[in-house]
Ligand binder design. Structure first.
Ligand SMILES: [Mg+2]
Length: 402
């Protein structure tokens, strides 16, 4: 595999600062002066998914529990997440970027990257574009919203650069100052290096990003196989991370709040996840050949099961399959979280259903999509989903919001 050669100042990476919390402070001006945290549900054991900028200054971090934040600052405001609101602002941000360049990639609800044109790949232009984005963000999207911008030869370095000088940061990393760039970072500052990879690298005598940058290509290849090769080129500015990849799976997961950890609630959430998977399969013109269900439980730990499917994309049969999987499991557990994943995916464009009844079921799903796309999600829905929204409100998953 060969990677595209490095080109200076090619990628601009934008990361919104404390995104969910800042949007809340944008729409609720009275919350701007006080530390707030956003959590999927309000409870002392709720996990913080976004602390505000002023909460971060006090030492409150993403991933902490609400009670841990309250131990740091008892008066911290706890706000339940409102995904629709964050997606609304996300679309405004993407619109703003699309007006500046046609080459916008949406990485997640609060991260986007732009490919700069060859004439823009110099420090003066980069600074001008970053200033324009930040000013327009304040004027057109929200005066309380800030973003951090990193510029680099590839997606990886631009993203890493965006983390420096947060919040409201701006940092450019050119090919001629890679060495100085890595000197100011720790291994765990590099996106993709988690605790386990850090341990492995330390074992190989690699303790800092500079060590990794200077490591011999063959040494990395021998000890880390393909990943070693990727790290070698990635740190030198080759593009190793932007591909038009073919989707392998379509999945959704949900963590049940403590008071709803019962099988009857699990069943309702399962039906909702199955419908969401069906919708995404149809949108991406895919059919699933298999489905798996993983449930984290007490006292059995993680339960896993799967079954094959006759290439389907309608929500009805995916729901039946999901219920079938659930019935294969013991029924006396306390569910904590569930993950439903469709895989063995096929492009459906050239596949026609074999039987008429199959075609009818698919058509019902497609018709429901049309109505919901036109008049708003869940204008028409299945009867078994009526109560599931209260249990499983829509949340934002990783990747590009739909
Ligand atoms: Mg962010």
């Amino acid at each position: 595999m060969s990677f595209a050669p490095p080109q200076n100042y090619r990628i601009l990476f934008l990361d919104m600062d404390s995104y969910f919390a800042s949007v809340e402070q944008q729409v609720q001006a009275n919350l701007r002066g006080v530390p707030i945290v956003v959590t999927p549900y309000v409870s002392p054991t709720g996990c913080i998914i976004s602390p505000s900028k002023n909460a971060k200054k006090l030492g409150i971090k993403t991933g902490m529990l609400v009670k841990e934040a309250q131990a740091i600052y008892p008066k911290v405001i706890v706000q339940e997440a409102r995904p629709e609101l964050y997606i609304f602002f996300h679309h405004q941000i993407v619109k703003l970027l699309n007006n500046l360049t046609p080459f916008v990639r949406v990485m997640s609800v609060d991260e986007m990257s732009l490919v700069l044109s060859p004439s823009e790949r110099n420090i003066a232009c980069c600074q001008k574009i970053a200033c324009t984005i930040k000013n327009q963000m304040r004027q057109r999207v929200g005066d309380f919203l800030t973003c951090s911008i990193g510029i680099g030869p590839n997606q990886f370095i631009a993203k890493t650069a965006s983390e420096i000088n947060k919040p409201n940061g701006f940092y450019t990393c050119g090919l001629d100052n890679l060495k100085t760039f890595y000197q100011q970072l720790k291994l765990r500052d590099l996106p993709g290096i988690n605790f386990n990879i850090e341990k492995k690298l330390n074992f190989l005598g690699i303790k800092t990003p500079t060590d990794l940058y200077q490591a011999d290509q063959l040494y990395l290849l021998k000890n880390l196989k393909h990943m070693g090769k990727i790290w070698y080129f990635r740190l030198r500015g080759y593009e190793t991370d932007i591909f038009t990849s073919r989707r392998q799976t379509v999945g959704h997961s949900f963590v049940l709040p403590p008071e709803l950890r019962e099988i009857k609630c699990l069943k309702k959430v399962l039906a909702k996840l199955a419908f969401k998977i069906g919708y995404r399969l149809r949108k991406e013109k895919l059919q699933a050949g298999a489905i798996s269900l993983i449930i984290k439980t007490l006292p059995f730990g993680t339960l896993k099961t799967y079954c094959r499917l006759p290439l389907v994309c309608d929500s009805q049969r995916i729901t039946w399959a999901a219920c079938h999987l659930l019935n294969k499991l013991p029924s006396n557990f306390k569910p904590i979280a569930l993950y439903l994943t469709a895989y063995n995916l096929n492009r459906s464009a050239h596949q026609l259903p074999l039987f008429d009844c199959q075609k009818k079921i698919e058509n019902i799903s497609k018709l429901m999509d049309k109505i919901n796309d036109k008049y708003g999600s869940q204008t028409i829905t299945s009867g078994n989903l009526l109560e599931s929204d209260a249990i499983a409100p829509n949340r934002i998953s990783f990747g590009e919001p739909k």
